[in-house]
Design a protein around this ligand. Sequence first.
Ligand SMILES: NC(=O)c1ccc[n+]([C@@H]2O[C@H](COP(=O)([O-])OP(=O)(O)OC[C@H]3O[C@@H](n4cnc5c(N)ncnc54)[C@H](O)[C@@H]3O)[C@@H](O)[C@H]2O)c1
Length: 266
Amino acid sequence: MSGGPKDISDVAKRRFDLRGKVVIITGGGKGIGKIYAREFARAGARVVAADIDGEGAEQVAAEIVAEGYEAVGLRADITDAAAVEAMAKLALDRFGAIDVLVNNASLMSVLPRRDWMEIPVEEWDRVMTVNLRGMFLCCHAVAPTMKARKYGKIVNISSSRVWEGTPLRLHYTTSKAGVVGFTRALARELGPHGITVNSVSPGATMSETQVASSSGNYLATRVEGRAIERAQIPEDLVGAVMFLSTPASDFMTGQTMNVDGGKAMH
Ligand SMILES: NC(=O)c1ccc[n+]([C@@H]2O[C@H](COP(=O)([O-])OP(=O)(O)OC[C@H]3O[C@@H](n4cnc5c(N)ncnc54)[C@H](O)[C@@H]3O)[C@@H](O)[C@H]2O)c1
């Protein structure tokens, strides 16, 4: 008799299965969103990468397709309701459903780190518009089809800055705290429809864009105080976002999972 492991049951297979799931990833054209797009596709999901950087999004989709997986990329400014509706329509037309929305796009790496008194009010407003209105509009665009199917998964990206009170991008930190409140309240609104709404708060992560916008050893100093004392890379976030996108997390909603190597123990 073979001493190999017993084949796992169908229920166990489905619990973490992303094959065939249609996943919209905003900000999927570069940075961490690009890694989510690639890794979801490699797990068998059909990916819609949407970004204000349309070329970046199309490039990410082309690379995924070249690997033999399924994806489409498009330009979408998440602050523009019509563009976000078009994003949802593209997902439905191309793939026939929307199972997962990952609200990852935000204004972050483009923001200078500076004293809060020096933040121009127009920049404050723009950060709130992209990071909060954008997420609201994206949820608005996917909710009808998720409600009709009585199932859906929404994952909003916050930041560990919220738990640490990290200064020098006060508008950004404030907006990411808004993501947590939004996640909690929307979870209650959408729970009766079988839709979960959760959030992930990444620690300072070496995304290509964050590295490019950080001077000196800023990111290295952010490693201090972690239980796992090393630099965080985008791949460190993939498991948590995937977990919140699969049936394994179907009874978990309104929560924020902190993924920062154990610095803030939220
Ligand atoms: N890198 C980090 O250290 C870190 C830490 C905590 C949280 N986060 C969060 O993780 C997510 C990804 O981070 P990142 O490092 O890749 O950041 P990033 O700033 O490089 O990426 C944001 C992405 O959003 C896109 N975007 C910006 N405005 C948009 C708009 N109006 N419409 C559509 N797309 C728009 C950008 O083009 C970019 O592709 C963000 O939500 C960020 O706030 C990052």
